[in-house]
Design a protein around this ligand. Structure first.
Ligand code: GLC
Ligand code: CA
Length: 563
């Protein structure tokens, strides 16, 4: 076991805001910075001390801000740089630090750099993006972008194709070009000067491309192959990442959470080792992507809660030895966890609390996604026209275009669309859930009358109050931050349980993943001599765990644990 140094960000609890859907302050139906400022007291009441703000930079919004037009400007719909400064200051007064998105794999096609780059083949910024001539009158390779269709876009003016891993309005920067890297490091510096704590690092595992630009093997009946094989976590990427760490992140003491799909467990030391790793924390996606075929197009595969817990426990065990995880169940790219992993029916409240206890007390820094703390659910979208996400809309177009039924794709989107996590925050039972006085940019989930912050604040047994308890517990007990993780009932598909041990303290978290009583004769023995410090039920039932019941026990550890 490696000694893990105490760090403030390990002890933090983070909250992610998707600005477009959080709080509108001026009635245009779009969340904004002033709306966030108005809600800072709420975040303080919840007890978080780190805020991850999804992009608020100037952007044409093809991918809701992940297509940046100006790294140093704020999108007018969201407010001004003065609002941003005020947000930083007001958050600071409440003990809340800010993490911004660092989107450095690509810019918007409307970014000044790209406008120059595309203007002609001999423009000095031509090499800042990835340009290739046509091959036999077609795209240079058969790579498919993440949002469907070719990853290459033809540029009429200069007569070449440019590469985009995401939408065609998100051209990839050429990280092989030193000037590009320098600009990104300067931009990091500029934002650190403003007083932010660091970055959530967007799509960072895409920055290196296979230098051979190979044709990829294509599945039957398809014309393209997913770009990931040639652009995800490629050999040589670490040279770029290490340089970014040395030149920009480390000198400024920036904390970083890497969005790191494609990083295998063995690479934890490279990515998040305490001393040698590039980033401070890592998001892995095994547990949220367990329901779909990797690299497939809108195809579900069988999964169950055993797979869910195995996906999490794999990284938990590894992080005992090295590295630090960003813990999460939801974000702006994923559906609502209570709907996916538990139940949004009659058991929604205990189920949401159980999932909370389960992931929150693991080893890592927990992130709460807006609305998760009140148990928001997936929303039923009546037609494709209600969707706003470019990925979902393109997928519907492409897959129905290939002959799959609209019903099948709507069912897929109902369980996978990123818009499930993007419906507006449900503040109250007033019109549009108190999100806006105007017309919201995306549909509000009609269940806001039953599920909203106001009611959660009034009810002392609410999901929100349970999250507050979890946060308080974690603040009180270093074992829940630094303790080693050890699985319990490892073979069970019905129970998720683990132990955290640190110095002379031991905690046990035990959760029923099902909507049935689960008999557990060992429970009596397990709780013997231990103090129950948290439960999502008022009453215990002897020898069983009730539907979605979660229990947390504390005791003196038998053996002194290490960090
Ligand atoms: C990340 C973001 C996602 C965005 C993509 C391209 O995955 O989380 O929302 O579409 O990067 O920037
Ligand atoms: Ca607004």
């Amino acid at each position: 076991m490696r000694e893990q140094k105490p760090q403030w960000w390990k002890e933090s609890v983070a909250y992610q805001i998707y600005p477009r859907s959080f709080q509108d302050s001026n009635g245009d139906g779009i969340g904004d910075l002033r709306g966030i400022i108005q809600r800072l007291d709420y975040l303080q009441f919840l007890g978080i001390d780190l805020l991850w703000l999804s992009p608020v930079y100037d952007s044409p919004n093809d991918d809701n801000g992940y297509d940046i037009r100006d790294y140093h400007g704020i999108l007018a719909e969201y407010g001004t740089m003065e609002d941003m400064d005020e947000l930083l200051e007001e958050a600071g007064k409440r003990g809340i630090r800010l993490v911004m998105d660092l989107v450095a794999n690509h810019t918007s096609d409307e970014h000044a750099w790209f406008i120059e780059s595309r203007s002609s083949k001999d423009n000095p910024k031509r090499d800042w993006y990835i340009w290739r001539p046509a091959k036999d009158g077609k795209e240079p390779t058969n790579w498919e972008c993440a949002f469907g269709g070719s990853a290459w876009e033809w540029d009429e003016t200069s007569g070449e194709y440019y590469l985009h891993c995401f939408s065609k309005k998100q051209p990839d920067l050429n990280w092989e070009n030193e000037e590009v890297r320098r600009e990104i490091y300067n931009m990091i510096d500029w934002w650190m000067d403003k007083g932010i704590a660091g970055f959530r690092v967007d799509a960072i595992t895409y920055i290196k491309k296979d230098p051979a630009y190979p044709q990829l093997e294509v599945e039957n009946g398809r014309s393209f192959a997913p770009i990931e094989k040639a652009s995800l976590n490629q050999d040589g990427i670490l040279d770029f990442l290490r340089e970014m760490k040395q030149e920009a992140l480390e000198p400024r003491g920036a904390i970083t959470v890497a969005e790191a799909p494609g990083v295998p467990l063995e690479q934890i030391p490279d990515f998040v080792d305490e001393t040698d790793g590039v980033f401070t924390m890592l998001f892995q996606f095994g547990h949220v992507d367990l329901d779909i075929k990797p690299g497939g197009k809108a195809e579900f595969i069988d999964w169950n809660m055993k797979k869910f817990k195995d996906a999490l426990s794999l990284w938990q065990k590894e992080s005992n030895r090295q590295g630090w995880m960003g813990l999460f169940l939801e974000n702006h790219d994923h559906v609502r966890s209570v709907s996916k992993f538990a139940s949004d029916g009659p058991y929604r409240e205990p189920a949401a609390k159980m999932l909370a206890a389960y992931y929150f007390l693991m080893r890592g820094t927990p992130f709460i996604y807006q609305g998760q703390e009140i148990g928001m659910t997936n929303c039923h979208f009546e037609s494709i026209h209600e969707y706003r996400d470019i990925g979902s809309i393109n997928l519907f177009r492409d897959e129905t275009g290939k002959g799959r039924s609209p019903e099948e794709i709507m069912d897929y989107l109902g369980r996978r669309s990123r818009d499930q996590g993007r419906t507006p925050m449900q503040w109250s039972s007033e019109a549009e859930a108190g999100f806006t006085s105007g017309e919201p940019w995306i549909k509000v989930n009609p269940n806001y009358k039953q599920i909203n912050v106001d009611d959660n604040m009034k009810d002392e047994d609410s999901v929100l109050q349970f999250y507050r308890q979890l946060i308080a517990l974690r603040r009180e007990h270093p074992a829940l931050v630094y303790g080693l993780y050890e699985d319990l009932f490892e073979e069970s598909g019905e129970l998720g349980a683990y132990r955290r041990v640190y110095e002379d303290q031991e905690f046990i978290v035990i959760c029923n993943f099902t909507d049935q009583d689960v008999e557990l004769p060992e429970l009596a023995e397990l709780s013997l001599g231990r103090e129950q410090i948290l439960s999502n039920y008022k009453q215990r039932k002897s020898g069983v765990l009730q539907p979605y019941e979660a229990l947390v026990f504390k005791s003196a550890a038998e053996t002194g644990g290490e960090r």
